[in-house]
Structures are given as structure tokens and as C-alpha cells.
Design a protein. Structure first.
Length: 231
């Protein structure tokens, strides 16, 4: 026997709810009930069940449109980043000197990606690179100042230690709020890529660094032939 055939006095809310779940077309056969049933509205007062259903559907539709717009915004952002990264990689591949590589990286990050500060610190023989503008330091100096960043297997994002900021951005260390640092390595440590913002909350540990990591992988293949390691 259907539980709804019992004496109405014996029914409880759960039984009614179960019956409506089993018979979703119940109100289709009794549309007049939709107008008679009233439910509380968050803003106060009462509205018919039909009006409440329409309101819920409208809210859900707005929520879905909001989510869709967010997905579209993310897609457009990723598409723009991909095109900018592709252009940067192609320019890097065309570079013939160490200075050109560094200049292309820094200029692209600041002009195309709108990054406040960008730097590339390379590890090699400083004496062998006196006639280049690229910043080349010894492995000992790098380990003394940014050892944890060199040893990291992935990008480090957030607020850096004062000595790390000063080492990576000696001309702008007082303006740096947060940064993202990616180690460069291809068999041996090659250095680090660093980008920074004056906003302390701009680079966070939870943010993605896929494109910066990709650029680092490209540089890992290009830099070894330009950096002299021996003393």
C-alpha cells in the first residue's frame, strides 16, 4: 500500500517528501495546489510555491552564468598568456648572445606581461663574463644568499627573506613586496628567474606558475652554451 494512502493524520513531513520524490509529476496533475502552497521567502513574507520555484531557477541560472563567465575569463587569460609566452620563446630562440637572452626575458616580462620587476641571476665564472651586462655570480655567492631557492624543485611564490630580495633585486629591493622565483638547472645549477611586485599579496604560494616554469625549461636548454663555468 502506498504510504500516502494512510490517514492524513498519520503522515509526517518525511513521508510527504518521499512521496513527492517518487511522484515528481504530482503537481503537474494538480497545478492549482502550486498557487495555494506558500513558503517563507528570505526577504520576509510568503510567496506561492510556483513563484518560489521560479525564483530559485532564476538564482541558479544567474549562478551558472556567473560561473560560465569566470570560465570564459580564465580561458581568455590563458589564451593571452600562451600567445605572450610563445612570442617570448621564439625571441629567446633567436638570441645569439647572453646579453640578448637576459634583455629579451626582462623586457618581455615587464612590457608584455606587465610585471613590475624581472631579473635573471646566472651562475658561472664572473671573471669570464666581465664584458657582458648579464648578471653572473659564482655558485658560492649564490648558495650563500639564495641556497633554498636554488635547491627548490619548483617555483617559490610569496614574501622572500630580506637577504634574498637584496640579492635578486639589488637596485629595487626596497620596492619589492612579493615575488615568484624559479630555479634554472640543467645537470648543474644555472641560476634563477625572478619576477616581483610591489604588492605584498600579488604573488602567493597558491598561485599557478605554469607559464613561468615553461619559460625556465626553455632557458635551461639555451643557457649552458653561453655560460662559462670554469675559473
Amino acid at each position: 500500500m502506498d504510504s500516502f494512502d494512510k490517514d492524513p493524520g498519520e503522515l509526517n513531513p518525511e513521508q510527504v517528501a518521499n512521496y513527492l520524490r517518487v511522484h515528481p509529476d504530482f503537481f503537474l496533475k494538480r497545478p492549482d495546489l502550486l498557487v495555494d502552497i506558500e513558503v517563507a521567502h528570505p526577504t520576509g513574507g510568503a510567496v506561492s510555491l510556483l513563484e518560489r520555484q521560479v525564483s530559485i531557477l532564476r538564482e541558479r541560472n544567474m549562478d551558472m552564468r556567473h560561473r560560465l563567465n569566470n570560465l570564459l575569463d580564465s580561458a581568455r587569460t590563458n589564451d593571452r598568456l600562451f600567445e605572450q609566452t610563445k612570442a617570448l620563446v621564439l625571441h629567446l630562440l633567436e638570441a645569439t648572445t647572453l646579453d640578448q637572452i637576459v634583455d629579451i626575458f626582462v623586457n618581455s616580462l615587464q612590457q608584455d606581461f606587465q610585471i613590475d620587476f624581472a631579473a635573471m641571476v646566472l651562475i658561472g665564472n664572473p671573471n669570464a663574463h666581465r664584458n657582458v651586462r648579464a648578471r653572473v655570480v659564482s655558485l658560492e655567492d649564490a648558495r650563500a644568499q639564495i641556497d633554498s631557492l636554488l635547491r627548490s624543485s619548483k617555483a617559490v611564490c610569496g614574501v622572500l627573506r630580506p637577504e634574498e630580495v637584496k640579492f635578486l633585486f639589488p637596485d629595487h629591493n626596497r620596492q619589492i613586496g612579493s615575488a615568484a622565483v624559479v630555479p634554472l638547472s640543467y645537470g648543474n645549477p644555472l641560476g634563477v628567474l625572478a619576477i616581483a611586485s610591489s604588492d605584498a599579496n600579488y604573488f602567493r604560494s597558491s598561485m599557478g606558475t605554469l607559464f613561468l616554469g615553461y619559460i625556465a625549461e626553455v632557458l635551461n636548454r639555451l643557457l649552458p652554451k653561453h655560460i662559462k663555468q670554469g675559473f
